[in-house]
Design a protein around this ligand. Structure first.
Ligand code: KG4
Ligand code: ZN
Length: 378
């Protein structure tokens, strides 16, 4: 089969990204322009600022992705863009630019669901390593700042099909990391900082009971039920209550003040600002979240007789989550795959990779499509 070069564009949240991927299995470039510094003072993504930053970055990011891949606008075969889910204004920047490019270059345009992109990040890297042996059905845990979903994926004649069998009822796991980091004055984004600090604390110091979700599917038609749901807002509230009860407010304020003076605080900068109680709290929080993600995912894998497990999305970069999944899945003889840390968080290589089966199937976008903030993956 001849080689197909797809330019991927991703602007669903706070990263402006473009990449060129050959036939869904070889990454030629992967450019990510992060807006973390812009959103840091607010402790979360500010949608209006995100759109503005995407506008600023989109043209140079796409140019760099083509250049680093040794390509130009003419030499690519198709353009792929994230249609949703995500921030509507942010998505629109990528979509408008991709539409204009496709129209001017007379190249096909392919829309990709951001969550499908995260799943294909794993596949792309496995294929790069020469692994074509992944068995179906595979169960994918997509766990990031905006999402916590379990998808059962099957390969169909034209592309892939997905069944959503679990989702968060409230906060996404990454959102819980970011909110807990914010309320403990640890900086933004919370995931990487908590990941690093948790190693220095006792994960058994504070006991958190994770939400047991029952009867949530009563009255919901069987094909729409998501029996393996998650919930992370309770643990965030429990951390807040612990901070109040243990009178940790002063320490939090002191940390916030110290970090406000630093341009890009790293975990090494935050560690000396944390007492034992804070480190124990952080370690216990992470242990509870990881336990919950691992146990519910493996339960779903057993029930659905999954033959492989994908763990992907920003939170998949978490070291404890990776270790625990590897350990527990091995006990069940279930192969588990993660993307590299670079492809765990938002990027456009995953969008270009997910577009390849659609390219082969001739599944191209209608000219009038628009951003869909709550796009469902099927
Ligand atoms: O996939 P992503 O870049 O964007 C979304 O689609 O949401 O994920 C970002 C999320 C943030 O919530 C961030 O705190 C979290 O992933 N994250 C982590 C780690 N690295 C990033 N969470 C836990 N441990 C990490 N090492
Ligand atoms: Zn994402």
């Amino acid at each position: 089969m001849s080689e197909t070069y797809i330019l991927g564009i991703e602007t669903s949240c706070d990263e402006t990204a473009a990449a060129v991927v050959c036939s869904g299995e070889h990454m030629l470039s992967n450019v990510v322009s992060s807006q973390i510094a812009v959103h840091q003072p607010y402790g979360g993504v500010v949608p209006e600022l995100a759109s503005r930053e995407h506008l600023r970055a989109i043209v140079p990011v796409v140019r760099r992705a083509l250049k680093e891949a040794g390509h130009n606008y003419q030499s690519i075969h198709a353009i792929a863009v994230t249609q949703g889910p995500g921030l509507a204004g942010a998505l629109l920047v990528g979509i408008s630019y991709a539409k204009a490019l496709a129209f001017a270059l007379k190249k096909p345009l392919i829309t990709v669901n951001h969550l499908e992109g995260h799943i294909h990040a794993v596949l792309l890297e496995e294929r790069e390593k020469g692994n074509y042996q992944i068995e179906f059905p595979l169960l994918a845990l997509v766990v990031s700042g905006g999402h916590t979903h379990l998808f059962l994926a099957e390969q169909r004649r034209s592309g892939w099909g997905y069944q959503n069998i679990g989702r968060t009822r409230d906060d996404a796991a990454g959102e819980a990391y970011d909110k807990v980091a914010k309320l403990l004055g640890l900086g933004y984004p919370g995931g990487p900082i908590i990941d690093a600090l948790a190693r220095h604390g006792d994960p058994h110091a504070v006991r958190f009971g994770m939400a047991q979700i029952k009867h949530g599917n009563r009255g919901v038609p069987k094909d729409k039920q998501t029996p393996h749901d998650f919930s992370f807002s309770g643990i965030k509230t429990a951390v807040l209550r612990y901070v109040e009860l243990e009178q940790m407010r002063e320490g939090v304020a002191a940390r916030q003040k110290a970090l406000a003076g630093m341009a890009k605080p790293k975990a090494e900068d935050v560690l000396p600002l944390c007492d034992r109680k804070t480190l124990n709290l952080v370690a216990s929080f992470q242990r509870a979240v990881v336990d919950d993600l691992v146990s519910k995912t493996l339960e779903a894998a057993r029930e659905r007789e999954a033959r492989a497990l994908f763990v992907t999305g920003g939170v998949a970069a978490n070291s404890e989550l990776r270790e625990r999944f590897e350990l527990e899945a091995a006990k069940e003889g279930l192969p588990v795959y993660f993307p590299s840390r670079k492809l765990s968080t938002d990027n456009a290589a995953m969008i270009a990779a997910a577009a390849f089966p659609k390219y082969l199937a001739g599944d191209f976008a209608e000219p009038e499509f628009s951003a869909e903030a709550a796009l469902v993956l099927r």
